[in-house]
Design a protein around this ligand. Structure first.
Ligand code: G3P
Length: 218
């Protein structure tokens, strides 16, 4: 399974990379906008930290513009891959990029059907928006499980990259379902790592050891 960090902050990306074997970095216009840095700078900085893919979303809303941006992003670093929103224009752009052999993934996936059309366009990944699917009144985990099971049944190579993960309950349900990949915010990664009971137990060990010499002292 691949774990990505959903962040535009070099510090957060580095911290995540130290804590877990990071598959790569996902970004989107909202989190890049929060940084007040150029999109290109954010993506290049992330690409310097990780060898894995750095996903950068196109901003254009028409197919010509999306194709142009996806090609332009490739110039930023070898491992930058464009994220194309699953709109009508987006699917047209994906089809054109496929024909030209330019790798690209499909993002803002809300339905199983969108994911299937993206996979048929050789998208490198599809990103179902689990939390936002829940917000819309549907079931984000169930939708993502269905996408994964269809991809497995059909032998699609497209990676199922669950996004918009709000909590560890969603994440662990997806792990149980055998999801290919997940991208999570630094706070959800923190929630994977932190346990008050672990902290309390570790404090208990320190207190039991008291002021004895540390194990590596002379
Ligand atoms: O990767 C997508 C993610 O950043 C969206 O998350 O919580 O805004 O739905 P959220």
């Amino acid at each position: 399974m691949n774990i990505y960090i959903d962040s535009a902050s070099p510090e957060q990306i580095r911290t995540a990379d130290r804590r877990v074997r990071l598959a790569g970095v996902t970004t989107n216009p909202s989190i890049v906008a929060e940084t007040d840095r150029r999109y290109r700078d954010v993506v290049e900085h992330a690409a310097a930290i990780t060898d894995g893919p750095v996903f950068a979303q196109v901003l254009a809303e028409d197919a010509d513009g999306m194709v142009r941006e996806a090609r332009g992003y490739q110039e930023w670093a070898d491992h930058v891959i464009a994220k194309i929103p699953a709109t009508r224009a987006g699917f047209e752009a994906l089809g054109r990029l496929r024909a030209d052999g330019v790798p690209a993934g499909a993002t803002v996936i809300f339905t199983v059907e969108q994911a299937v059309v993206a996979a048929e366009n050789d998208a490198t990944f599809v990103a179902p928006y689990v939390g936002r699917i829940d917000d819309s009144g549907d079931d984000g985990v169930a939708t993502t499980r269905r996408i994964q099971s269809i991809f497995d049944a059909q032998g699609f190579e497209t990676e199922v990259l669950a996004a918009s993960i709000r909590n560890t309950t969603q994440a662990t349900a997806l792990y149980e379902a055998g999801i290919d990949a997940i991208t999570m915010s630094p706070s959800v990664l923190d929630a994977h790592v932190d346990s008050p009971e672990t902290a309390e137990s570790v404090a208990g060990f320190a207190s039991a050891w008291g002021d004895r010499d540390p194990p590596l002292s002379e």
